[in-house]
Each structure stands twice: as C-alpha cells, then as structure tokens.
Ligand binder design. Structure first.
Ligand code: CUA
Length: 175
C-alpha cells in the first residue's frame, strides 16, 4: 500500500503529539503528584455536622510532619475560613459539603476538588513556599458563590501553628 508523503507527515505529527501527551501525563503524575482525588468515603449529608471528623473542622497534627485540615463547604463559606499550616509538611485536606455542590481550589497549587453532597473529598499537598494562599469555590453554588472563599496561611517551616478545631455550627446560614 502506498502512503502519500503528506499523509506520512501528518501521521508522524499525530503520533508525535500523542507521545508528547502521554509523556506529559506520566511526568505530571510522577514528578508533580497530579492525580484526581479519589472518592475516599461517604458521609450522610443530613448528619455531617455530628459525624467525626466534620463535627470539629479545623487543623489537626497527625504526626511530626503530617497535618490534616478538616473543612466544610456550605453556602457560602468554608469552615474554618482561615487555617495555618507550616511549610514543608504533608497536609491532607479532608472536606465535604453540608448542602449543595461546591468547589475547592487552592490557587497556585494542584489542589482542585469537588465537594459533593454525601462524599468525602481528600487530597494531600506539601506547601513549599510560606505565604497566603486563596481557597476558592470554583463551582457555581448560588447567589453568594463569588463570596465563598477562604485562606490557607503557610507559615515558615517548623513554625508552631494553632490547631483550631471548632465545633461545627449547625448553620443559621442555611437558606
Ligand atoms: Cu460554593 Cu460556589
């Protein structure tokens, strides 16, 4: 079978693009730890606020180099709205929603999750640079969507951070 020279060229370009995409995918997942957050558990949306760990959202130290941030998304805020973690440690974000679908996106990082009613979303991240990181809801969730944000304040490595574990407020904010 004779293949026209231009056709060969297009095939080669197509194959090249395909290989480049596979290489980029493997590189992103191995070198940068980019992966889809898996479904890590379920929680009854009706009883989220009385179900551990969501009955006390906040920052927990789970080991010398490991922290967990438990967070709730609701119309139209994150609870807690501001947390502090040290740089250089592994931070696991465990989050869910008590009402509608929300987004959970921390700017400048690969942390990008959906908060789905009934589902626990979990993802880990190691902040290398101290500073203030904006957490935004990036799924339209109603009138106050644009006001739904929080702050992750990353302290210098080794800093003591307040382990703020607040009792979840049975919300007056519910519509
Ligand atoms: Cu929550 Cu948009």
């Amino acid at each position: 079978m004779k293949i026209h020279v231009y056709e060969k060229a297009f095939l080669a370009v197509g194959l090249g693009v395909l290989i480049a995409c596979v290489v980029a995918l493997v590189y992103a997942s191995l070198a940068h730890g980019v992966h889809l957050p898996g479904a890590t558990g379920r929680v009854d949306p009706a009883t989220v606020l009385t179900t551990p760990p969501f009955d006390r959202p906040g920052v927990y130290q789970r080991g010398p180099e490991a922290y967990e941030v438990v967070m709730i998304g609701r119309v139209w805020s994150f609870q807690p709205a501001e947390v502090r973690v040290p740089a250089g440690v592994e931070v696991t974000f465990t989050a869910t929603t008590v009402d509608v679908l929300h987004g959970f996106n921390i700017e400048g990082t690969r942390l990008n999750m959906m908060l789905i009613p009934g589902q626990i979303s979990r993802n880990e991240y190691r902040f290398q640079e101290p500073g203030e990181y904006l957490l935004i809801c990036h799924e339209y969730c109603g009138l106050g969507h644009h006001m739904m944000y929080g702050r992750i304040i990353v302290e210098p490595p080794g800093a003591e951070v307040p382990l703020v574990n607040v009792a979840a407020v049975a919300s007056a904010a519910h519509p």
